[in-house]
Design a protein around this ligand. Structure first.
Ligand SMILES: [Ca+2]
Ligand SMILES: [Ca+2]
Length: 193
């Protein structure tokens, strides 16, 4: 009720006996029209054959064009012991205009990355230490510019009219070929005006 449009609309509220009305009021998130805010996300992904997932952090800005369509721009950094990626992303999401809002999205990511993978059985001394295929041997698979396109699925939950919590999965289709494609799982917190 701290949102002006929402509180005006529901100032009188639904009658106690009006169960569908109560449910509608609790579920309604059409107050989102035109609002925007900052978000921070954390996630996990494993690009390509790496057995070592990368932790990621994203900071960005998202806006509601209408109560069911958002656009987003963000900066992403991810790393583990061996690998990293760093870049920017753009995305859109279609959601239901409700407090608990499943969504489908599309996005692109572009930046720089490195990936390594296990090389214990390729009969090569990949790290030039004199022993072939020793336990833990790795090879650098990729090091340079990386872009990805992704479809996305997830859900938002509006804790209040300004605080949004989200969980999502993205399938990264990368410019490194299908071997490097990977799922990315994340959670996100956003504060809207
Ligand atoms: Ca070796
Ligand atoms: Ca090897």
């Amino acid at each position: 009720m701290d949102h002006p449009e929402y509180s005006e609309k529901y100032a009188e509220g639904a009658e106690k006996s009006d169960i569908p009305g109560k449910i509608k009021q609790a579920a309604d998130a059409r107050f989102l029209d035109g609002s925007s805010g900052w978000f921070v996300s954390g996630g996990l992904t494993a690009i390509g054959q790496s057995s070592n997932p990368m932790g990621s952090l994203e900071v960005g800005y998202a806006g509601y064009q209408t109560s069911y369509f958002t656009q987003r721009v963000g900066l992403v950094a991810a790393a583990n012991d061996d690998d990293f990626f760093l870049g920017g992303e753009l995305g859109v999401r279609f959601q239901t205009p409700t407090r608990l809002a499943p969504f489908l999205g599309l996005g692109i990511f572009t930046g720089v990355a490195s990936t390594t993978e296990s090389a214990e059985d390729d009969h090569e001394d990949n790290d030039s230490d004199g022993s072939v295929d020793e336990r833990g041997e790795e090879r650098v698979n990729f090091d340079g510019a990386l872009s990805a396109f992704y479809p996305e699925i997830g859900a938002h939950f509006w804790w209040t009219s300004r605080l949004r919590i989200s969980g999502f999965g993205r399938y990264l289709v990368t410019t490194e070929g299908r071997d490097a494609d990977a799922w990315y799982y994340g959670v996100s917190f956003a504060v809207f005006r």
